[in-house]
Design a protein around this ligand. Structure first.
Ligand code: PMP
Length: 345
């Protein structure tokens, strides 16, 4: 950090924290969290059609999407040097931008090819890809119609989000009171940056409760998903998951449903009240970043990693490494027929 970046006087302390300047400086001197310094760690990135160094690819502080959350993004994973399901991810990126009223300035083929080139250029084997599309700094009015649209892809080695200690380990969830907004407020299938404020705040609250992530509710107070992954319950060997019409119908969630069907696991998508958590034998999360992540506690209630979670976890690990032919038919739009088995049960 340069001297120019430090708070120059006590008056620059955050007004709500009333922190003393020495406290601010010592906070800044704390060891950097693992995600700090990403621009230096990403090597080469792709931005607006050009390959550049990650530390040089930058955007203005007057970027519209920085102020109003109007970016859309995707998180993808690389296994053994190959990106899993890049096409459905980039189709979703396009759909997210359309839902917000703008167009990604690169087609799916271009984004897929840029991702493959970046994987080779950066030598990524087991990594994470972040693609983002955002509105530029032409103006800061809320009106976003005529703004320049940018798109970038970055990636880094990131074999796993949670380093679990063995097959029986899992994470602890906190049941949050936070609710996902209804579809009139924010299109649930759009991965829009602004919507992540809800998950981020719920996640922080979960951390304050000594947990690793939060379970969020839908607009009716029923179970929805975690801050950034979909939720699955197992009861008496039957797989249950909330209907994904009120929150993101994750590509991993869809993959899990295909794998479960292939394995002959009975499954239902249905509206699930919070009481379903207490009667669950197994709970796990599913998302590109966390993959299949066992849950071993919801607040004070302990759970073990059960057989259905183990089978699906193994099947998912095999599927993502089995090459493009193994990618099941996943992607938007969610069709009413996907939700019907739950209502029939
Ligand atoms: N819900 C939210 C809010 C997410 O951010 C994610 C991660 N993209 C998911 C669910 C899981 O989606 P996917 O499996 O497509 O990564």
């Amino acid at each position: 950090m340069t001297t120019a970046e430090r708070p120059a006087s006590p008056t620059q302390a955050h007004p709500e924290t009333h922190a003393r300047p020495d406290a601010i400086l010592s906070a800044q001197a704390r060891p950097a969290p693992s995600s700090a310094g990403l621009p230096e760690r990403v090597g080469t990135v792709w931005m607006d059609g050009m390959f550049r160094s990650g530390s040089e690819a930058a955007t203005s502080i007057l970027t519209h999407s920085l102020h109003y959350g109007t970016a859309v993004f995707e998180g993808l994973r690389v296994y053994e040097g190959t990106c899993f399901a890049s096409r459905p991810h980039y189709e979703r990126l396009q759909a997210s931008a359309r839902a917000l009223g703008y167009v990604v300035p690169a087609d799916v083929d271009t984004l897929v090819a840029a991702t493959d080139e970046l994987i080779a250029a950066n030598g990524i084997r087991e990594g994470y890809v972040r693609a983002i599309c955002w509105l530029g700094s032409d103006s800061l009015g809320l009106m976003a119609g005529d703004l320049t649209v940018h798109v970038a892809i970055a990636m880094w080695e990131w074999p796993q989000v949670h380093a679990l200690d063995g097959e029986d380990a899992g994470i602890r969830l906190h049941l949050s009171q936070a609710r996902r907004p209804d579809a009139h407020t924010l299109p649930p299938q759009a991965k829009a940056a602004g919507g992540y404020l809800i998950g981020t705040m719920a996640y922080h609250a979960a951390k304050r409760h000594g947990c690793d992530d939060a379970i969020l509710l839908d607009q009716e107070g029923l179970l929805a998903e975690s801050s950034s992954a979909n939720l699955f319950l197992v009861r008496d060997g039957v797989l249950l998951t909330p209907i994904a019409d009120r929150f993101l119908n994750g590509l991993t969630r869809q993959t899990v449903l295909h794998l479960a069907a292939d394995l002959g696991v009975e499954l239902y998508e249905r509206r699930l009240g919070v009481e379903a958590l207490a009667s669950a034998d197994e709970i796990f999360l599913a998302g590109t970043a966390v993959e299949i992540l066992p849950v071993t506690a919801v607040d004070g209630t302990q759970l073990s990693v059960g057989p259905v979670t183990r089978r699906l976890r193994a099947a998912y690990a095999q599927c993502v490494r089995a090459g493009p032919a193994a990618v099941p038919p996943i992607g938007p739009p969610i069709t009413p027929s996907m939700a019907s088995p739950a209502q029939a049960s």
